[in-house]
Design a protein. Structure first.
Ligand code: AMP
Length: 219
Protein backbone atom coordinates (compact mmCIF):
# COMPACT_ATOMS: atom_id res chain seq x y z
CA UNK A 1 0.00 0.00 0.00
CA UNK A 2 1.67 3.21 -1.14
CA UNK A 3 1.69 6.15 1.26
CA UNK A 4 1.05 9.66 0.02
CA UNK A 5 2.27 11.88 2.74
CA UNK A 6 1.77 15.50 1.59
CA UNK A 7 -1.48 16.50 3.28
CA UNK A 8 -3.36 19.73 3.78
CA UNK A 9 -6.22 19.99 6.29
CA UNK A 10 -9.10 22.28 5.40
CA UNK A 11 -12.13 23.23 7.47
CA UNK A 12 -13.68 25.99 9.57
CA UNK A 13 -12.34 27.00 12.99
CA UNK A 14 -13.24 24.25 15.45
CA UNK A 15 -13.46 21.55 12.78
CA UNK A 16 -10.64 19.57 14.38
CA UNK A 17 -7.74 20.47 12.09
CA UNK A 18 -5.33 21.08 14.98
CA UNK A 19 -6.28 17.88 16.78
CA UNK A 20 -6.04 15.78 13.62
CA UNK A 21 -2.76 17.37 12.53
CA UNK A 22 -1.10 16.27 15.78
CA UNK A 23 -2.46 12.71 15.67
CA UNK A 24 -1.79 12.26 11.95
CA UNK A 25 1.74 13.55 12.22
CA UNK A 26 2.39 11.02 15.01
CA UNK A 27 0.78 8.12 13.17
CA UNK A 28 2.29 8.89 9.76
CA UNK A 29 5.62 10.01 11.25
CA UNK A 30 5.48 13.32 9.44
CA UNK A 31 6.16 16.86 10.63
CA UNK A 32 3.12 19.07 10.98
CA UNK A 33 2.78 22.80 10.59
CA UNK A 34 0.19 24.79 12.48
CA UNK A 35 0.20 28.22 10.90
CA UNK A 36 -2.04 29.86 13.51
CA UNK A 37 0.26 28.52 16.24
CA UNK A 38 3.30 29.94 14.42
CA UNK A 39 1.65 33.36 14.60
CA UNK A 40 0.68 32.92 18.26
CA UNK A 41 4.29 32.01 19.06
CA UNK A 42 5.55 35.04 17.14
CA UNK A 43 3.08 37.22 19.07
CA UNK A 44 4.25 35.82 22.42
CA UNK A 45 7.89 36.40 21.41
CA UNK A 46 6.99 39.91 20.15
CA UNK A 47 8.89 39.41 16.89
CA UNK A 48 8.22 41.91 14.05
CA UNK A 49 5.97 39.33 12.34
CA UNK A 50 4.16 38.78 15.65
CA UNK A 51 3.58 42.48 16.24
CA UNK A 52 2.21 42.83 12.71
CA UNK A 53 0.08 39.67 12.84
CA UNK A 54 -1.50 40.44 16.22
CA UNK A 55 -3.91 43.03 14.85
CA UNK A 56 -5.31 40.44 12.41
CA UNK A 57 -5.57 37.56 14.88
CA UNK A 58 -7.25 39.78 17.49
CA UNK A 59 -9.95 40.70 14.97
CA UNK A 60 -10.34 37.22 13.46
CA UNK A 61 -9.10 38.40 10.08
CA UNK A 62 -6.58 36.70 7.84
CA UNK A 63 -2.96 37.81 7.95
CA UNK A 64 -2.05 39.19 4.48
CA UNK A 65 -1.20 36.51 1.93
CA UNK A 66 2.33 37.77 1.26
CA UNK A 67 3.33 37.38 4.92
CA UNK A 68 1.77 33.94 5.34
CA UNK A 69 3.13 32.60 2.06
CA UNK A 70 6.67 33.71 2.96
CA UNK A 71 6.43 32.14 6.42
CA UNK A 72 5.07 28.82 5.13
CA UNK A 73 7.54 28.84 2.23
CA UNK A 74 10.48 29.21 4.61
CA UNK A 75 9.16 26.41 6.80
CA UNK A 76 8.47 23.93 4.00
CA UNK A 77 11.93 24.60 2.51
CA UNK A 78 13.51 23.04 5.62
CA UNK A 79 14.98 19.56 5.16
CA UNK A 80 12.50 17.90 7.55
CA UNK A 81 9.62 18.64 5.18
CA UNK A 82 11.13 17.06 2.07
CA UNK A 83 9.36 13.71 2.41
CA UNK A 84 5.95 14.81 3.60
CA UNK A 85 4.00 16.98 6.01
CA UNK A 86 0.62 17.70 7.50
CA UNK A 87 -0.32 21.31 6.93
CA UNK A 88 -2.92 22.80 9.28
CA UNK A 89 -4.27 26.29 8.58
CA UNK A 90 -2.87 26.71 5.09
CA UNK A 91 -4.08 27.37 2.44
CA UNK A 92 -6.83 29.69 3.58
CA UNK A 93 -7.19 31.65 0.33
CA UNK A 94 -7.13 30.58 -3.31
CA UNK A 95 -3.89 32.52 -3.81
CA UNK A 96 -2.29 30.56 -0.96
CA UNK A 97 -3.41 27.28 -2.59
CA UNK A 98 -1.88 28.33 -5.90
CA UNK A 99 1.32 29.54 -4.28
CA UNK A 100 1.63 26.32 -2.30
CA UNK A 101 1.50 24.39 -5.55
CA UNK A 102 4.25 26.57 -7.08
CA UNK A 103 6.36 26.36 -3.97
CA UNK A 104 6.28 22.56 -3.92
CA UNK A 105 6.58 22.13 -7.68
CA UNK A 106 10.01 23.74 -7.71
CA UNK A 107 11.48 20.64 -6.04
CA UNK A 108 9.19 17.95 -7.34
CA UNK A 109 6.71 17.83 -4.44
CA UNK A 110 2.96 18.29 -4.56
CA UNK A 111 -0.07 18.18 -2.29
CA UNK A 112 -1.46 14.65 -2.48
CA UNK A 113 -4.58 14.91 -0.32
CA UNK A 114 -6.64 17.96 0.60
CA UNK A 115 -8.69 16.73 3.55
CA UNK A 116 -11.80 18.83 4.14
CA UNK A 117 -13.37 18.45 7.60
CA UNK A 118 -17.06 19.24 7.32
CA UNK A 119 -18.69 20.30 10.58
CA UNK A 120 -22.03 21.90 11.34
CA UNK A 121 -21.96 25.46 12.70
CA UNK A 122 -23.65 24.57 16.02
CA UNK A 123 -20.97 21.92 16.62
CA UNK A 124 -18.22 24.44 15.84
CA UNK A 125 -19.64 26.95 18.32
CA UNK A 126 -20.00 24.28 20.99
CA UNK A 127 -16.37 23.17 20.49
CA UNK A 128 -14.86 26.65 20.49
CA UNK A 129 -16.75 27.87 23.55
CA UNK A 130 -14.90 25.69 26.05
CA UNK A 131 -11.72 25.09 24.07
CA UNK A 132 -8.32 25.20 25.77
CA UNK A 133 -5.02 25.07 23.89
CA UNK A 134 -1.54 24.16 25.10
CA UNK A 135 0.69 27.21 24.91
CA UNK A 136 3.72 25.01 24.12
CA UNK A 137 2.68 22.25 21.73
CA UNK A 138 -0.70 23.47 20.48
CA UNK A 139 -2.61 20.36 21.68
CA UNK A 140 -6.33 21.05 21.86
CA UNK A 141 -8.66 20.25 24.78
CA UNK A 142 -12.29 20.87 25.61
CA UNK A 143 -13.33 21.52 29.20
CA UNK A 144 -16.32 19.21 28.88
CA UNK A 145 -15.60 16.68 26.12
CA UNK A 146 -11.84 16.13 26.28
CA UNK A 147 -10.45 17.68 29.47
CA UNK A 148 -6.76 17.29 30.35
CA UNK A 149 -5.86 14.80 33.12
CA UNK A 150 -4.69 17.65 35.36
CA UNK A 151 -6.57 20.94 35.17
CA UNK A 152 -4.89 23.49 32.88
CA UNK A 153 -1.88 21.21 32.27
CA UNK A 154 -1.13 19.64 28.90
CA UNK A 155 -1.13 15.81 28.89
CA UNK A 156 1.54 15.71 26.18
CA UNK A 157 4.16 18.20 27.36
CA UNK A 158 4.90 20.42 30.37
CA UNK A 159 2.95 23.31 28.80
CA UNK A 160 0.13 25.22 30.49
CA UNK A 161 -3.30 25.47 28.85
CA UNK A 162 -5.00 28.72 28.03
CA UNK A 163 -8.10 30.00 26.28
CA UNK A 164 -7.33 31.59 22.93
CA UNK A 165 -8.10 35.31 22.80
CA UNK A 166 -9.84 34.82 19.46
CA UNK A 167 -12.22 32.15 20.81
CA UNK A 168 -14.62 34.79 22.17
CA UNK A 169 -18.07 34.94 20.50
CA UNK A 170 -17.59 38.10 18.38
CA UNK A 171 -14.23 37.02 16.98
CA UNK A 172 -15.46 33.44 16.39
CA UNK A 173 -18.35 34.88 14.40
CA UNK A 174 -15.91 36.91 12.30
CA UNK A 175 -13.61 33.89 11.74
CA UNK A 176 -16.54 31.80 10.55
CA UNK A 177 -17.59 34.52 8.08
CA UNK A 178 -14.01 34.78 6.79
CA UNK A 179 -13.95 31.01 6.31
CA UNK A 180 -17.26 31.06 4.40
CA UNK A 181 -15.95 33.84 2.17
CA UNK A 182 -12.75 32.02 1.24
CA UNK A 183 -13.39 28.28 1.33
CA UNK A 184 -15.39 27.62 -1.84
CA UNK A 185 -12.64 28.51 -4.39
CA UNK A 186 -10.10 26.44 -2.40
CA UNK A 187 -12.42 23.43 -2.33
CA UNK A 188 -13.04 23.82 -6.09
CA UNK A 189 -9.30 24.13 -6.71
CA UNK A 190 -8.59 20.76 -5.08
CA UNK A 191 -11.73 19.13 -6.44
CA UNK A 192 -10.63 19.90 -10.00
CA UNK A 193 -7.31 18.26 -9.27
CA UNK A 194 -9.10 15.23 -7.76
CA UNK A 195 -7.31 15.74 -4.47
CA UNK A 196 -10.30 16.64 -2.30
CA UNK A 197 -11.17 14.13 0.46
CA UNK A 198 -14.33 15.17 2.29
CA UNK A 199 -14.69 13.85 5.83
CA UNK A 200 -17.58 14.14 8.30
CA UNK A 201 -15.87 16.14 11.05
CA UNK A 202 -18.87 15.89 13.41
CA UNK A 203 -17.69 12.44 14.49
CA UNK A 204 -15.39 11.79 17.47
CA UNK A 205 -11.70 12.69 16.94
CA UNK A 206 -10.81 8.97 16.82
CA UNK A 207 -13.42 8.26 14.15
CA UNK A 208 -12.27 11.23 12.09
CA UNK A 209 -8.67 9.99 12.22
CA UNK A 210 -9.75 6.54 11.01
CA UNK A 211 -11.65 8.09 8.10
CA UNK A 212 -8.73 10.28 7.10
CA UNK A 213 -6.23 7.42 7.25
CA UNK A 214 -8.54 5.27 5.12
CA UNK A 215 -8.59 7.94 2.42
CA UNK A 216 -4.89 8.68 2.63
CA UNK A 217 -3.87 5.04 2.53
CA UNK A 218 -6.41 4.37 -0.21
CA UNK A 219 -8.16 1.72 1.91
P1 AMP B 1 -5.97 29.10 13.61
O1 AMP B 1 -5.12 28.79 14.79
O2 AMP B 1 -5.74 28.16 12.46
O3 AMP B 1 -7.43 29.22 13.97
O4 AMP B 1 -5.50 30.54 13.09
C1 AMP B 1 -5.59 31.66 13.96
C2 AMP B 1 -5.43 32.95 13.17
O5 AMP B 1 -4.13 32.97 12.54
C3 AMP B 1 -6.41 33.16 12.04
O6 AMP B 1 -7.65 33.69 12.50
C4 AMP B 1 -5.64 34.18 11.17
O7 AMP B 1 -5.66 35.47 11.75
C5 AMP B 1 -4.21 33.64 11.28
N1 AMP B 1 -3.92 32.67 10.22
C6 AMP B 1 -3.69 31.34 10.39
N2 AMP B 1 -3.47 30.73 9.22
C7 AMP B 1 -3.58 31.69 8.28
C8 AMP B 1 -3.48 31.72 6.84
N3 AMP B 1 -3.20 30.61 6.14
N4 AMP B 1 -3.66 32.90 6.21
C9 AMP B 1 -3.93 34.01 6.89
N5 AMP B 1 -4.04 34.07 8.22
C10 AMP B 1 -3.87 32.93 8.92
Amino acid sequence: MEMSPFLVLLGPPGSGKGTQAIVLSEQLKLPHVNVGEMFREAIRAETPVGVMAKQYLDKGELVPDAVVIRLVGETLAQAGFAKGFVLDGFPRTLLQAEELENLLKSDGRRVEHAVSLKVTEDRVLERLTLRKVCTQCGAVYHEKYSPPKVQNQCDRCPGALSTRGDDNPEVVEKRLRVYEREFRPIIDFYKKKKLLREIDGNQSPEQVTVQILKQVKGG
